[in-house]
Design a protein around this ligand. Structure first.
Ligand code: ZN
Ligand code: ZN
Length: 428
């Protein structure tokens, strides 16, 4: 169904609210299932199954779908665009949507440096600020929670969560093997926007699925993970770079660069740190963060081993490139990568962080032959499409370029300059 008339009631979007977050609040206000709301707003137009809205919708809505959604929800087209991650495209290297030919021509899979549909979340933000509308329908599901570079809530000074406290499954996560869609269990009715949508009983043609339904906005007392001043300072600097009116440039390896390129640099270095872990373990902000990265890297290598059992020649790049959903591990990796980018001396790079650019003993190289990936390779989507994301900043390109096994990073890439915001050590 294509939307051709306004809904009887609507809601104003909240700051930084995502499209799925807005859908959940509006569906709750109208006492509709998200699937029914998708049909009434035109989001399901062209979809073979009305409850399967492609996850690419999180990033971008085509103009016709945007206008239909705006008409139905009484928003302006600009307000609808503001619900999508594409509103941050000048700031963050967003992935292109990719057809997943293994499942259905109509389904689309995203690259890994956007969490979709799973999301990190802050329980206190989901609980709202006490205003009547937020008490009734909850606070915003934020766009920025879908970005791996966002790991803390600076308003509530805590690390984000990613699991349901009751069922321990990822918030808005999907069953393994499910198509990647905008929201899980869109046919499930009577859920508050802050309730867990993990499936407990699968639906079928006649029976609706049932969900865990635990509240994500009411964490158990004492389980809140407070973030330290330095982690919050790093997070605030990242959030400032993501803001539409944020700084136009930042510094990466001693060179001024644009925010999307800085985020590509973080991604490249995060991959290298993971592939060489535990070489960079002494740089972790705290023992707890180091342990979280230990667990993340162990899981990566379990997956690599499983994949290689099936296909011995397979390349582990995409597994090593996958960011951790766990906010502690994510914060630690971004902090370590940012520390490396804060250096501006090629000598320091080679001497101090050289081990981070080599695979750990007994661990597989990123590619057979121990040749490191290029930045475009990291940002290229699976398949034959060309990468839409910018490459890493010029100052990082030599370090990220392929090189022979055992060779040192090429000189002339890094210069010493104090990086704004985060001291190299002392994070807790
Ligand atoms: Zn919060
Ligand atoms: Zn749950």
């Amino acid at each position: 169904m294509v939307a051709n008339r306004p809904l009887p009631r609507s809601l104003d979007p909240l700051p930084d609210e995502s499209l799925p977050g807005y859908m959940l609040r509006l569906a709750h206000r109208l006492s509709l299932t998200p699937a029914r709301l998708a049909a009434l707003t035109g989001l399901a137009a062209g979809s073979r199954f009305p409850s399967w809205i492609p996850a690419s919708t999180l990033v971008h809505l085509p103009a016709a779908a945007r206008d239909a959604f705006a008409l139905a929800t009484r928003l302006t087209p600009a307000e609808v665009e503001g619900l999508c991650l594409s509103s941050m495209s000048r700031r963050y290297p967003l992935p292109t949507a990719i057809r997943d030919n293994h499942r259905s021509n109509s389904m689309i899979r995203l690259e890994r440096w956007v969490f979709a549909p799973a999301t990190r979340y802050c329980p206190r933000c989901l609980a709202g600020d006490g205003s009547a509308v937020r008490r009734a329908h909850g606070g915003p599901g934020r766009k920025t929670w879908h970005l791996p570079v966002v790991f803390a809530c600076t308003d509530h000074q805590r690390l984000l969560e990613h699991l349901c406290p009751a069922c321990s499954r990822p918030a808005h996560g999907l069953r393994s093997g499910s198509p990647t869609v905008l929201l899980p269990q869109m046919r499930a009715a009577a859920l508050h926007p802050a309730q867990c949508r993990a499936e407990t009983t699968p639906g079928n043609g006649r029976r609706l699925p049932t969900c865990c339904a635990a509240r994500l906005d009411a964490p158990a007392a004492g389980q809140e993970i407070r973030a330290t001043h330095n982690i919050l300072a790093l997070q605030q600097r990242v959030l400032d770079l993501l803001r539409a009116d944020g700084p136009e440039t930042t510094v990466s390896a001693g060179q001024p660069t644009q925010p999307p390129r800085y985020f590509i640099d973080l991604r490249v270095l995060t991959l290298l740190v993971c592939s060489s872990w535990p070489a960079a373990r002494p740089m972790a902000p705290s023992a707890g963060v180091a342990a979280a990265i230990d667990r993340h890297v162990d899981r990566q290598h379990q997956r690599i081993a499983a994949v290689r059992e099936q296909s011995p020649t397979s390349r582990p790049l995409r597994i090593l490139d996958a960011p951790p959903p766990d906010a502690a591990a994510g914060a630690g990796l971004i902090a370590i990568a940012d520390q490396i980018l804060s250096l501006a001396s090629p000598t320091m790079s080679a001497n101090t962080y050289g081990p981070c650019f080599r695979p750990a003993p007994g661990r597989p190289a990123v590619r057979s032959g121990a040749v490191w990936p290029t930045a475009p390779e990291l940002t290229a989507p699976t398949g034959s499409e060309k990468p839409a994301s910018p490459s890493c900043s010029p100052s990082r390109e030599p370090a990220a370029a392929p090189r022979a096994p055992g060779s040192h990073p090429p000189p002339g890439t890094l210069r010493r300059r104090a990086h704004p915001g985060l001291p190299p050590q002392g994070l807790v």
